[in-house]
Design a protein around this ligand. Structure first.
Ligand code: 3H9
Length: 696
């Protein structure tokens, strides 16, 4: 049979027509692919020699979804639902043969087929909400008919994938194939042609009938999403669409789904979430690091320091199957660190989160040691000791002495000069910063700090390790605080000033919470512990009048039951404390500040605009390669709400002209902290945004 379209081809295996999609890397449903499938289905349906049709994909995966790069343009026929309607109407049984990941429009394509067979390693899901939209190819209507309302709500509102076995159990997949997928799919299709079975999910009512007139499953989904996806539109739209599947005829449900999906595609939230999707992938591409850059094999690792950070880093490595030597100076600290790790994993295991592994299996990958010499056979050594240059340099000199040649020597510093630390070794090319975020076993961000001498191979290997342990890496340059903490400091300065000038910690925190952050700077300070900052301030001779007084009173945050807030026994909920307000009023009076009411809008601008400004300077200095990298740091390291796309995207969405004008206004009122960065001045004058900067 002739080629029907370059990206879709059609041939026959005996009396079974085979439609193959070949659109690497993930077989996304671009316009050309949709047209190709439609033509191929029509041709196969009309082919008198074919009794059944198999839909399969070349390459590493079944269709992983619609082509997201097309979302900025209006949809062009044939849209996905037109293609799926043709499959639905096909007079011969159509069997989807699934390997890799059938996601979004890919799963919808499979659900429109009459049957689905898959290899055991396949995974399926409707991840559209992660892009700020809902399925637009009938997923909200067909999935509930296959798996029932509750499972469909769970899958569509969370966007999480499930494995083939679970998908079979749930009713998505009809058969799991042991041997060759193509042969099995053809045999399966032939058998279905023989028995004449051609079930269409659109006709099925049995799994949804029971939910008709019921509000409970939808209310439960709404409650879960209010916690999990606060401030995001898409999950609510998804729930409405699934409700329509239950309450309305199939075609009406499809029409509503399409309307909601189209509205969301044009929404600011979806634009932001798509930006994050692509920025995440772009961040892993670093100029000068290519396919030919050697990537070292990391078979064994060592972590020096079994405190909160060291323990969390060891957990991340061990969870990914990398054996770790965990080194401490004293038995007591080592025991404490190991006990914390075990407790954390036990908690994860109780939630079913260890993916089949046992706590003991995980613990067995961590070998405790009191001797730094035990790092000798590690390919990667990560130092996570006290944040002090002198101490770190001493440790690095020791690492240099004991680590094998070629091993990567990494520091988990969150602020210090990686180039200076590297001078403690005779191999600065092997030294890199690997800045994990607390809790390191959970937070997805990894700032890879490339020093002056860090070799390309060390950067490439760090990127590979990040991927292996499930982190999102961003390569940054050396400066005080790198990207994340440097911008956090700019925000912190304003938070402190706002409280002195008239706001209260709870107001500042609420404004950021309402914006979408999980918590504001004061609740975060209480969680992290106020004593660390206090100690650093004293060493540097710095003063923070209110925070210093709280610390003098022993109010170090949650761990002492009081900090910026007070905490009731065994609760982590911050309770505003009049005693803190009294201290704030006293310190403001002492500083001669006449406090005033500050509205939420001013608070938000004064917290976020200095971050954007600092981000612009970070770009000017080349510390971050692109604005999207900064966004990824904030979304994955500091809880910036993904539906706001990160600080640089947020500024672009507001318009850099407006950002510059507001900065100038704030500079006039509150001083030079708000002087617009030269990059903002330039881009605003040219009517451009950060997004228009040339790609490195
Ligand atoms: C949808 O389907 C809507 C429908 O309901 C109907 C609407 C009418 N489009 O992640 P990787 C690119 S919404 C365009 O590094 P991995 C990606 O940018 C969609 N491009 O590989 C990258 O490009 P580059 C629902 C896409 O092996 C390259 O492919 N589906 C798409 O680590 C490799 O990607 C999803 O949300 C796409 N759909 O992971 C699934 N997907 O090399 C999104 C990927 O230039 N995709 N690219 O940087 C994923 O989750 C992962 O890519 C996947 C593979 C798990 C498939």
């Amino acid at each position: 049979m002739a080629e029907t379209a370059p990206l879709v081809r059609c041939d026959r295996s005996g009396d079974v027509a085979r439609i193959t999609i070949a659109n690497p890397p993930v077989n996304a449903l671009s316009h050309a692919v949709r047209s190709g499938i439609l033509a191929a289905v029509e041709a196969a349906d009309a082919d008198p020699e074919a009794v059944a049709i198999v839909l399969r994909c070349d390459g590493r995966t079944f269709v992983a979804g619609a082509d997201i790069t097309e979302f900025d343009r209006p949809a062009v026929e044939p849209v996905l639902s037109t293609v799926l309607a043709a499959i639905d109407a096909c007079r011969k049984p159509v069997v989807a043969a699934i390997h890799g990941t059938a996601l979004g429009g890919g799963l919808e394509l499979a659900l429109a087929c009459h049957w689905r067979v898959a290899v055991a390693g396949a995974r399926v899901g409707l991840p559209e909400v992660k892009l700020g939209i809902i399925p637009g190819g009938g997923g909200t209507q067909r999935l509930p008919r296959a798996v029932g309302v509750e499972k469909a709500l769970e899958m569509i509102t969370t966007g999480e994938m499930i494995g083939a076995a679970e998908a079979k159990e749930a009713g998505i997949i009809d058969a799991i194939v042991d041997g060759d997928l193509d042969d099995a799919a053809v045999a399966f299709a032939r058998a279905r042609a023989a028995d004449g079975a051609r079930p269409r999910l659109r006709d099925r009512e049995d799994r949804i009938a029971g939910a008709r007139g019921q509000d409970a499953p939808f209310a439960a989904a709404r409650a879960a999403m209010a916690r999990r996806a606060r401030g995001r539109q898409a999950p609510e739209y998804a729930i409405r669409a699934v409700q329509a599947a239950v309450e309305r005829p199939f075609d009406d449900g499809i029409a509503l789904e399409r309307e909601l999906c189209t509205e969301l595609k044009a929404s600011a939230q979806s634009r932001a979430q798509r930006h994050v999707f692509f920025a995440e992938r772009e961040a892993a591409k670093v100029p000068g690091i290519g396919r030919d850059t050697p990537v070292a094999r990391i078979e064994r690792a060592a972590v020096i320091g079994a405190g909160t950070m060291g323990g969390g880093i060891a957990m991340s490595l061990a969870a990914a199957g990398i054996p770790v030597v965990l080194v401490e100076t004293g038995q007591e600290a080592l025991d404490r660190g190991l006990a914390t790790i075990r407790r954390n994993w036990e908690a994860t295991a109780r939630r079913g989160g260890l993916g089949g592994a046992t706590v003991d299996e995980r613990m067995a990958r961590i070998r405790p040691s009191l001797a730094l010499a035990d790092i000798a056979d590690a390919d990667l050594v990560i130092e996570a000791v006290f944040e002090d240059t002198g101490i770190k340099k001493t440790v690095f000199a020791e690492m240099d002495r004991h680590a094998r040649p070629g091993a990567i020597l990494a520091t988990n510093t969150s602020t210090l000069d990686v180039d200076d630390i590297a001078t403690a070794t005779a191999r600065p090319e092997s030294v890199v910063g690997l800045h994990f975020f607390s809790p390191a076993n959970i937070m997805k961000l990894l700032e890879i700090v490339r020093g002056r001498a860090t070799s390309p191979s060390v950067v490439a290997t760090s990127l590979a390790v990040a991927k292996r342990i499930g982190k999102v890496p961003v390569v940054v340059g050396v400066c005080d605080g790198f990207v994340g903490n440097r911008m956090l400091r700019a925000r912190g300065r304003q938070a402190e000033r706002l409280v002195m000038e008239g706001a209260l910690p709870q107001q500042v925190d609420r404004v950021l919470y309402d914006f979408g952050f999980p918590m504001g700077p004061y609740a975060m300070g209480d969680l992290a512990g106020l004593d660390i900052g206090w100690r650093i301030r004293r060493e540097k001779g710095l003063v923070s009048p209110v925070a210093d007084r709280l610390c003098e009173m022993g109010r170090f945050g949650q761990k002492t039951g009081a900090g910026w807030y007070r905490y009731e026994a065994a609760s982590r909920s911050p309770i505003p404390d009049p005693a803190v307000e009294a201290i704030i009023l006293e310190e403001a009076a002492r500083a001669g500040i006449a406090r005033r009411a500050i509205d939420d809008g001013e608070i938000l601008d004064r917290l976020l605009l200095p971050m954007v400004n600092e981000g612009a300077r970070i770009l000017e200095e080349g510390i971050a390669l692109r604005p999207g990298d900064i966004d990824i740091v904030w979304v994955h390291g500091y809880g910036w709400p993904v539906q706001e796309g990160g600080p640089m995207h947020w500024a672009d969405a507001r318009g850099l002209g407006a950002i510059r004008d507001r900065l100038l206004e704030l500079q006039h009122q509150h001083g030079d902290d708000f002087r617009p960065a030269a990059l903002i001045e330039r881009l605003a004058a040219e009517g451009k945004g950060f997004r228009d900067l040339p790609r490195p």
